[in-house]
Design a binder for this molecule. Structure first.
Ligand SMILES: *Cc1c(COP(=O)(O)O)cnc(C)c1O
Ligand code: SF4
Length: 340
């Protein structure tokens, strides 16, 4: 009898980590040595718990106020939203000429390449976004024909969902088509996946990123304790290819709303090869009211941070407004815009 060599179709490590994600709050609490008495939580069927084991291992055990835990566990406070909190705070539907593409800022478009993330962040402004209805899938023709007719657009931003949830093969196919549109010179990824599952920076991904675009990858990290050595290792490989890595955070009450914490975050990012880019003021999305911070507090934090860090490590404090064609710096925001 001839025996065939056994070919094991091994999934990449990051995809295995995805399949092992924690989605049951009671499992999460057990892993952290927390009981029902320590912390109030609730099931959220629409935007359920989703977090990688690696991210959970970075949480402090037996601490119901852990800043990483608070980013992912749904609590009863989410049901207490007032009506200034909406399901589409940025009214993005108006800037959506073809499915999967947002064209709001004149020179750049944002493409939602996937509809899922490796983590569900409780403050996410896209938590109510109708991804299912607005997902290009592999039907990219409409996107490419739109871009061909927009000569002023020179940057494509891949966002999501998380664009790195797409397989390396899908990404590579997409980028090969995109590269044919000559006026697109800059390419950007907005991703949290390499933070949550550092194994995502595979050699095939690095090969895919080796292309004709000038590329930036923007990570999303809110707290210094999210950073582990594997993240820095991935960043080093990316930077070796001449790609810059930036970070955006969201200013969140009881998670990172103090000077010490923001200072540590910037320093830890820098030591990991990542430059602070934006610190976003919260979008008023239903369910996130308990993360809100006042304008006065945000202004105080910005000033204190400027005094305690080199200028290049102070992120830009900004807010996204429904009708503006760029993000607005904290300095020029009125109280009503800040609270919108
Ligand atoms: C944030 C954002 C961008 C990118 O803005 P930059 O200031 O260039 O980082 C582009 N399009 C939309 C719709 C955005 O929300
Ligand atoms: S990773 Fe980004 S898009 Fe995904 S849930 Fe978190 S904030 Fe939202």
């Amino acid at each position: 009898m001839i025996t065939q060599p056994l070919v094991l179709q091994q999934q990449p490590d990051w995809q295995q980590a995805l399949r092992q994600m924690i989605t049951d709050p009671t499992t999460l609490l057990q892993m952290l040595d927390l009981s029902e008495k320590d912390i109030a939580w609730q099931w959220d069927k629409q935007f359920p718990l989703r977090v990688s084991e690696s991210f959970v291992r970075r949480m402090r055990k037996a601490d119901p106020n852990d800043p990483l835990l608070r980013q992912v566990l749904s609590t009863p406070e989410e049901s207490h939203s007032s009506n200034k909190y909406s399901t589409d705070p940025l009214q993005e539907a108006r800037f959506n000429p073809v499915p999967g593409l947002l064209h709001k800022y004149p020179s750049r478009v944002l493409i939602t390449l996937t509809s899922s993330c490796a983590i569900h962040c409780r403050y996410c402004f896209r938590r109510h976004f109708p991804y299912k209805k607005n997902n290009p899938g592999r039907q990219w023709d409409a996107i490419f024909s739109y871009l061909e007719n927009q000569p002023d657009v020179f940057e494509v931003i891949l966002s999501g969902g998380d664009p790195l949830m797409a397989s390396d093969k899908t990404l590579s196919a997409f980028l090969q088509e995109l590269a044919k549109i000559r006026h697109i010179e800059l390419l950007r990824f907005h991703t949290r996946l390499p933070v949550v599952i550092p194994e995502r920076i595979t050699s095939t991904l690095l090969a895919t990123l080796d292309n004709r675009f000038h590329t930036t990858i923007v990570y999303h990290i809110n707290h210094a304790r999210e950073l582990i050595p594997q993240i820095a290792e991935g960043v080093a490989k990316i930077r070796k290819q001449g790609i810059q890595v930036l970070n955006q955070s969201v200013l969140l009450r009881d998670i990172n709303d103090n000077v010490e914490c923001l200072k540590n975050l910037s320093l830890a990012l820098f030591k990991s090869g990542i430059m602070p880019y934006y610190l976003h003021m919260l979008d008023k999305v239903a369910g996130s009211e308990h993360f809100e911070i006042s304008l006065a507090k945000a202004q105080h934090l910005q000033q204190a941070l400027r005094e305690s860090l080199p200028g290049y490590l102070v992120p830009k404090f900004v807010k996204e407004l429904p009708n503006a064609f760029c993000k607005i710096p904290l300095e020029t925001l009125t109280v009503s815009q800040f609270e919108s």
